[in-house]
Design a protein around this ligand. Structure first.
Ligand code: DGY
Length: 299
């Protein structure tokens, strides 16, 4: 068994080298599993990713080779929804901006409490639009209900959930004070919120993304935030990760950023690791993985 202990990410050439002669791969969302890697490791029998998202993996290429892919759905639902709601609140009430203001010594008698001082946006009573009503989207809706929000949702496949009004994506963007993204990144959702869709968003709205970076056009979002058309954003995921220092979102005070920590609690990460291990052990024992993204390989 080869175990990469870091430090840092394992570069593609290193992953190829480590995998030589291995039966299976247990990987993270930072490991790219593409056709080139699969061609270089023809003996690979399974892949188990410690993630629910599998956009770092060429699933079709695995399926063509009959290789099962395991993932870790379910266990990170509430943790990720907590992160999304934390970003929503932080962006609405300008929490990181206010924190920096105090620490930087700017809270002085000349620059103190006043009626318009650090005013943000009310969450209670506002309308939340959920893009993607899977398990995490539904968990987000439950949190929003606790804050007295009206909840709209759009989902690619038809879905009915009590207390949530299903609408088209366009209507959702036009009506929502807050928009939270919860779709998986796939060819059909890449750039789903492009410049045209962002232009539909309500003036003064807030966008939260804890799903994947490639779903939202970052440059169009940065333009809308810089011009003041959108009030704020809470962004946990980026097109390129780690995010390059020149990403325009990082220069904006009305953007709250976190480094892809949606599922980052000790307990949830332990549960994800357990699921990834259980999937791998099943594959090593010649059994079907309990959580398999491409179960057709078993037919
Ligand atoms: C996943 O598992 O895909 C999440 O992005 C991890 O936070």
């Amino acid at each position: 068994m080869n175990v990469w202990m870091g430090p840092g990410l394992l570069p593609p050439a290193g992953l190829r080298a480590e995998l030589a002669g291995c039966q299976g791969l247990v990987c993270l969302l930072t490991d790219r599993v593409d056709r080139a890697l699969l061609d270089a490791v023809p003996g690979l029998e399974f892949v188990s990713s410690m993630s629910v998202g599998v956009d770092h993996i060429d699933v079709q290429a695995l399926s063509e080779r009959g290789i099962p892919l395991g993932n870790t759905p379910g266990v990170l639902v509430d943790t990720t929804a907590d992160t999304a709601f934390a970003l929503l609140l932080a962006a609405a009430r300008r929490v990181p901006e206010a924190d920096r203001f105090v620490r930087d010594g700017n809270w002085t008698a000349a620059n103190a409490w006043a009626p318009g001082f650090f005013t943000g946006k009310d969450v209670s009573g506002a309308t939340l639009g959920i893009v993607g009503l899977g398990q995490i989207g539904q968990a987000m809706a439950r949190r929003a209900a606790g804050f007295g929000m009206q909840v709209l949702a759009w989902n690619r496949a038809p879905r009915q959930v009590a207390g949530i009004e299903m609408v088209t994506l366009e209507e959702l963007l036009l009506r929502s004070d807050f928009v939270s993204v919860h779709v998986a990144l796939a060819p059909a959702t890449r750039n789903l919120l492009d410049a045209g869709k962002i232009a539909l968003m309500k003036p003064g709205a807030v966008l939260v993304n804890t799903a994947r970076g490639g779903i939202v056009d970052e440059l169009a979002l940065a333009d809308a935030l810089a011009s003041g058309r959108l009030a704020a954003a809470g962004i946990d995921v980026f097109e390129r990760e780690p995010v390059p220092a020149d990403n325009p979102l990082l220069a904006l005070p009305n953007v709250v950023v976190t480094p892809h920590i949606g599922s980052a609690t000790t307990l949830t990460r332990a549960r994800m690791a357990d699921m990834a291990a259980v999937n791998a052990i099943a594959a090593l024992q010649g059994q079907a993985m309990p959580c398999c993204v491409n179960p057709e390989v078993y037919r």
